[in-house]
Design a protein around this ligand. Sequence first.
Ligand code: FAD
Length: 501
Amino acid sequence: MDHRRIRNIVIVGGGTAGWMAAASLVKSLDGLGVQIRLIESAHIGTVGVGEATIPPIMDFIRQLGIAEDDLVGDVKATYKLGIGYRDWTRPGHFYFHPFGPTGPGIGSIPFQAYWLKMFLTGGAAPLEDYSIQAAAALRGRFTRPVHAPNTPLNKIAYALHFDASSFAGYLRGFAEARGVRRTVGDVRGVALNPQTGYVESVTLADGESVQADLFIDCSGFRGLLIEEALGTGYDDWSHWLPCDRALVVHSEPAAAPDPYTLVTARDAGWQWRIPLQHRNGNGYVYGSDFISDDAARATLLSSVDGRRLSEPMALRFTPGRRRKAWNRNVVALGLAAGFLEPLEATGIYLIQRGIAMLLRFFPDRDFATADIDRYNRVLESEYNRVRDFLLLHYTQTERSGAFWQHTRSIPLTDSLLEKIELFRSHGRILREDAELFPVMSWLSVMIGQNIIPRRYDPLVDGLDARKLQSRLDELRGTIARSVESMPAHWDFIQGMYARQV
Ligand SMILES: Cc1cc2nc3c(=O)[nH]c(=O)nc-3n(C[C@H](O)[C@H](O)[C@H](O)COP(=O)(O)OP(=O)(O)OC[C@H]3O[C@@H](n4cnc5c(N)ncnc54)[C@H](O)[C@@H]3O)c2cc1C
């Protein structure tokens, strides 16, 4: 077995994907003697705008053994408890998609079933009042989970907003300190083995030929190895996801940072505001069939809070995914593997998942087909699930205008249709296996976008309505009191610096 071990890995690309891969692999393969080399161009820039994350990023950080406070200070991160959706369902409307679980069930009856009964019969407050993440976010509060029994403060689910380029830089320091070799150079050629079609080496602009057993393609949208060399193919999902461009601009913070991403629906797409410690990130994601670039630019610039700190950066993309993220001895991560718009901040998560699965099915030089096929099926299903969740947002809104009329007419996938129908019939939420988005995500977006079930689950009628009422009142009160005891988000961050001194 040992003589077939992977001896060396070449990562092409030094964006977020490349350095996440380098940091994870060098940590996880420690002791195996695998040489890891990362090649990045000095001329071809990184995208570097992925500023919002979701809770699994905290596991990534912990698994590397990185101290959270150190990272937060270094990359000027803020905390994120969820996403606020403004004007999305209809102009003037607001709903919140919080991280974390729903409230506790009663016996075998889940929270959403009894909350829904009381909501439909006028006895329950909006969902936001029963989530510690939502209630805290909307009051600008944050704390990390506290170790104490019987308090919602012990289960706070959170993620980070950060400067993606700084995050990649931080991971670069981590990876290089542990032996990853960095080469600055442009890959100009890719040599394939004539018999197997495997990548044997890449050639740099200075003529150096770099060989490896395993190649990780983190070269961005073009997919230098996975597509240009191996011709893997790309599934274009434009018929599902209507946006193909983004404009990004930074601005001075006009107020203390909110612990959530704000998403505002616009005529031809949506705008994000992501607060960091030192600036806000803003972007307009739009469909070029519905608005000109100039009009999109004017919309973005007229709605940014605070003084503008950069010129708008324009990005074009084709939503979709590479048909196989792993082909022969090449594994694509990040933009090389696919792109789904950042509405639910899943880009960095999909990189993380790709790395985790690569480690789970880590090959030897025989590259077993069963491992590669399973890897590809897992990643395909991750992309499909994110796509369904995005589609939910686009198809269930009451907004008018050509863009939103179009999005409402997009055919649902069978998997999403089933989810919506089960919810409409009795408020039931279907989740398969280890699905990324928890019940609370589906519940808050479906209710937020006005999908109101026709009936509630009949089993809830077995519970006494007065007891249900007092259970909900108690939960809401406990959450409200807990939020009152939390520091303001900005105070928490500044306190963290004070604690470091
Ligand atoms: C508008 C927008 C908003 C986003 N927002 C979010 C978000 O909020 N949250 C989130 O999780 N994700 C978000 N993403 C996704 C996230 O930005 C990407 O997943 C992440 O940045 C990974 O990029 P990457 O490393 O794959 O590619 P890139 O950043 O494009 O890096 C590519 C690397 O390859 C190198 N390279 C290319 N060609 C060569 C060559 N020939 N030789 C040598 N090197 C080469 C480049 O120099 C660079 O280092 C967003 C993406 C976009 C487009």
